[in-house]
Design a protein around this ligand. Structure first.
Ligand SMILES: CC(C)(COP(=O)(O)OP(=O)(O)OC[C@H]1O[C@@H](n2cnc3c(N)ncnc32)[C@H](O)[C@@H]1OP(=O)(O)O)[C@@H](O)C(=O)NCCC(=O)NCCS
Length: 217
């Protein structure tokens, strides 16, 4: 994981076309962290919370279309390289268009997952992002996020992509496939649209499908 490309920090777009109804752009901008991050009080406070996480179980909830959850996603994007860091506003747009699940331990956000079903019934569930804060990794949070996202679409196959060098993600996906009695099968890039997988070409991605077993009559 150490040699992965650095996350790309994006500045908020000057003009946002997908402003979710009822969410003000100003409210989103007000929640952007201040730089340097080491002096942003909310970032400093969060570091302390993450360092003091208990062994309590993780809980999963659906993100709401509010700036605060957009900021929670941003906190995690900053912490979880190589996930792309987006503006709070863009994250709120994502929440309004996709299923975003937030994982929390002791009320602290420790992970998130972005997924959506393709438009046709025969399309898979696309899982675009799973990210878990380093302090909360290797305790089943990523697997729980995948499981909860998949439960929303029990009849669909599941499509996702991982970078070749991302051993953790590939191993997690394989373990998840096993947990539902299936296997992770590599498919050609181009089987699914890059935008559905949430990837860019030339970044070493591999594309995978997990085929659901037919439901017994
Ligand atoms: C990939 C990621 C989401 C895994 O989250 P996690 O909560 O630590 O995963 P889990 O604890 O549920 O692990 C499930 C299984 O995945 C595998 N796994 C997870 N992290 C691993 C690692 N660093 N190395 C090898 N295998 C790993 C293991 O098989 C693990 O089971 P085990 O702990 O019983 O051995 C996390 O490392 C992360 O956020 N990475 C940065 C962002 C990213 O790359 N996301 C994926 C692409 S969108």
């Amino acid at each position: 994981m150490t040699s992965q490309p650095r996350a790309v920090v994006q500045t908020p777009p000057l003009e946002c076309l997908n402003v979710p109804r009822g969410v003000s752009d100003c409210a989103c901008k007000a929640l952007e962290p201040t730089f340097p991050l080491s002096r942003d009080p909310s970032v400093v406070g969060r570091k302390k919370q993450l360092a003091a996480l208990s062994s309590s179980e993780v809980s999963i909830r659906e993100a709401s279309v509010v700036p605060q959850d957009g900021r929670r996603m941003k906190d995690l994007q900053v912490e979880c390289s190589p996930i792309v860091v987006r503006s709070v506003h863009d994250n709120v747009s994502t929440i309004s268009e996709r299923l975003v699940l937030l994982a929390e331990i002791d009320g602290v956000h420790v992970g998130f997952c972005v997924s959506f079903p393709g438009p046709q019934d025969s399309d898979p569930l696309f899982i675009q992002i799973v990210a878990v804060a380093p302090n909360a990794q290797r305790r089943g949070v990523g697997l729980t996020l995948l499981t909860k996202a998949a439960e929303r679409e029990p009849l669909r196959d599941i499509a996702l992509a991982t970078q070749k060098i991302n051993v953790a993600a590939r191993e997690m996906n394989g373990k998840f496939a096993n947990s539902i009695g299936a296997s992770l099968q590599q498919v050609n890039l181009g089987t699914y649209r890059d935008s559905d997988l949430g990837i860019q070409r030339g970044m070493g991605y591999r594309s995978w499908v997990i085929q659901r077993l037919p439901v017994e009559p």
